[in-house]
Each structure stands twice: as C-alpha cells, then as structure tokens.
Design a protein around this ligand. Structure first.
Ligand code: ATP
Length: 279
C-alpha cells in the first residue's frame, strides 16, 4: 500500500486508518458494555496484573515473572469464564445491530416481526387503569424472536389480547400477577415469566426489580417492555436498555407506534420527565 502520510518514521496508509477506526469502535463498545458493571473492576484488576507482569519481566525478576506468567497463561480462559455474560451481550449486540439483520437492507422481509398488525388500545387502556390503581405490570412485546425461552419460564396462556384479560392477570390477587406477560404473534403467550435482571449498577435506586428486569431483557433482545410501577403508578417503556419514564396514555401510544412499527410520531409526544440511558 502506498503511504498516505508519514508521522516520524511511521508510514500511515488507508488500511492503518481503517484499523485504528475499527479498534476505536471496538474499545468504545467494550467500554459501553463494561461501564457501571462489576466486570469493569475485574477487567481493571486483570489489566493491572498484566502491566505488573510486563514490568517485572522487563526488570528481570525471574521468580515473579514465572508466577505471573503462569497466571497470564490461563488468563484468556479465566477471562472468558469471568466475562461470559458480557461476551454474550457483546455478541448479541453485534447480532442485533448488524446490517444483515435489517429487512430494509435487503429490500424484502425474511424476518417476521411478532408485533405485525398488533392493536395497541388494550395495552394502553390496561396500563392506564393499572397505573391508576398502583398495580404493577410488566408486559413484553416480542419482536424478531418469539422469546420462547423466557415464555417457558412462566405459564403458557396463548390467549387473544384484551384489556380485561391483562387486568385480570396483573390483579394483585391473581396467581398469575407475578413476573412478566409476553406478547408475541398477536397473542398473550405467557404470564409469570422470569426475565434476566440487568447487572448495570448505574440504575437509580428508585427503580425496583421490575424495571431492572425490563432493562435486562432489552439489553439482550430487541423486545420492547412496558412497565407500570407499583410504587409510583408511573408508566414506562424500555428499549435497548433505555427507560422512557412518566408516559401519559398519548405518549405511550406514540412511543409504542414508533418502537413497534417504526412510525415516527415524536411530534405528538409531550415532554417526558426523564429518559434514562442506562444502556
Ligand atoms: N426477574 C424478574 N422477571 C420478571 N418479573 C420480575 C423479576 N423481578 C421482579 N419482577 C416483578 O417485580 C415485582 C417486584 O419488584 P419490586 O418489589 O422491586 O417492585 P417495585 O418496587 O414496584 O419496583 P418498580 O418500581 O420497578 O415497579 C415482582 O412481584 C415481580 O412481579
């Protein structure tokens, strides 16, 4: 390759620039993934041991070099085990954002969305009524995946969606009210489902386990989660680990339309109290 320019004795060509940009993007994604989690502290710990190893090796301290060298030898394997959830999230994130995953990129739909032709009214009305009574609720809208794994963690229902059924499920005396309801293929697929709780430590203490479970699921899937807080009666939507809080019924409809059907109705959305980016 013909060098584009030279810095001192270094010849920089196009491939070097692409290489630097890719490494920057990779490090930024790694930072985003680890920031706020316990994994960041472990990562810094491993990095310190590695730097110490380089120093003692350069200083010629043989015994310490052998001990730390042995540690570094199994370091890669240990890192894979320790960072297993982060590596999983990282690969899922790449899978989620890759161009191959977008129908529009190919010009045809090979991936059926689980929310096709979904009527939003039962959800909006149920959320409003539940919020009015300070009854907690957790409703997951499956998208590219049917979320079978999570649906099977609860009780399978496979029923027609209605406001009344949603209200009965989340009624505090109902045996099904605990956990999440999963909506896919225009049906209430399951209730009492257990979602993965986020490991992000930056989430405000005001958000309980229900919100953390919603954030956790949207970090690893492209689903959209509706949360009604039992404590405050506030309605929130969660997507990609981001929480859109304090939504009115109109906000909820507009956001759901936007998130599920990609129709941009931002203009009709009144200002929300706060959008928390915990992703
Ligand atoms: N991993 C999980 N998967 C599904 N649902 C969960 C999970 N963890 C908690 N929940 C739901 O959240 C409810 C309890 O959460 P918590 O007591 O923290 O609620 P809260 O204080 O009202 O929080 P929030 O303000 O987030 O609603 C549980 O009864 C359960 O229905």
């Amino acid at each position: 390759m013909i060098p584009l320019f030279t810095i001192g004795f270094l010849d920089i060509d196009l491939i070097d620039i692409v290489d630097i940009v890719l490494v920057t993007v990779l490090l930024y994604q790694l930072y985003k993934l680890l920031t706020g989690s316990v994994a960041l502290k472990i990562f810094l710990g491993l990095l310190s041991v590695y730097l110490l190893y380089l120093v003692v090796r350069a200083a010629g301290m043989e015994l310490l070099t052998i001990i730390l060298g042995q540690f570094m030898g199994v370091g890669v394997l240990a890192a894979i085990i320790v960072f297993q959830p982060e590596i999983r999230r990282f690969l899922l994130m790449i899978g989620k954002t890759t161009a191959l995953n977008h129908d529009r990129f190919w010009g045809f739909s090979w991936r059926r969305d689980q929310t096709e032709k979904l009527s939003l009214t039962p959800f909006i009305e149920a959320a409003k009524s539940l919020a009015g009574k300070n009854t907690g609720a957790l409703i997951v809208f499956a998208r590219s995946s049917e979320l079978k794994y999570y649906a099977e963690s609860g009780d399978l229902i496979d029923a027609v969606i209605s406001k009344r059924l949603l209200m009965s499920i989340f009624n505090k005396t109902s045996p099904l009210h605990d956990g999440a309801v999963i909506i896919s293929n225009n049906r209430i697929k399951a209730a009492r489902c257990i979602l993965p709780v986020t490991e992000n430590n930056d989430i405000p203490a005001s958000m309980g386990l229900r919100h953390r479970a919603a954030i956790g699921l949207t970090e690893v899937t492209d689903s959209i989660v509706l949360v009604v807080s039992e404590e405050t009666g506030q309605i929130a939507l969660v997507r990609n680990g981001e929480v859109y809080r304090n939504l009115s019924s109109a906000d909820l409809r507009a956001r759901l339309n936007q998130f599920l059907f990609d129709t941009d109705q931002k203009a009709s959305i009144s200002p929300v109290e706060k959008t928390i980016n915990v992703g």
